[in-house]
Design a protein. Structure first.
Length: 114
C-alpha cells in the first residue's frame, strides 16, 4: 500500500512576525487585522502554511519568546477574536496555520514565577 507524503514535507512555509508585518490599528505595531489584509498577497506567493512567531502576552524582551501567558494574545496584536478571524480568513484561502509555541522556558512575568 503506497504511503501518502505528509503535507508538510512539500509545503511552502511563510514565517510571520505579527508585530512587524502589517498595522491596521495605526499604533505602529503589526496586528492580526493588518495581517488579514495581506493574506491574498501571502497566498499569491505560493505559500501553503503560515508559521506565526510567538503571539502571546510577553514583555517582549526576547521578541515574544519570553511568554508571560499562554492562553491569550499580546494586546498589541489584537484579541483572541482577531486571531480567530485571522485563522478563519487563512483557512478560507486554503492556508494552514501553525504557531511557535515556546515550552522550554517562560518570562519571569509568568504566573509560575510569582
Amino acid at each position: 500500500m503506497p504511503s501518502e507524503t505528509p503535507w508538510y514535507k512539500e509545503a511552502v512555509f511563510y514565517e510571520l512576525y505579527i508585530r512587524a508585518y502589517a498595522d491596521a490599528s495605526g499604533d505602529g505595531h503589526g496586528d492580526f487585522r493588518g495581517a488579514i489584509e495581506k493574506l491574498d498577497h501571502i497566498r499569491s506567493l505560493g505559500v501553503d502554511c503560515i508559521w506565526i512567531m510567538p503571539m502571546y502576552p510577553s514583555p517582549l524582551l526576547d521578541d515574544g519568546y519570553d511568554v508571560a501567558q499562554y492562553d491569550d494574545i499580546h494586546p498589541d496584536y489584537g484579541t483572541l477574536a482577531d486571531f480567530k478571524a485571522f485563522l478563519d480568513a487563512a483557512h478560507e484561502r486554503g492556508l494552514k496555520l501553525i504557531t511557535d509555541l515556546v515550552m522550554n522556558h517562560t518570562s519571569d512575568q509568568h504566573p509560575w514565577f510569582q
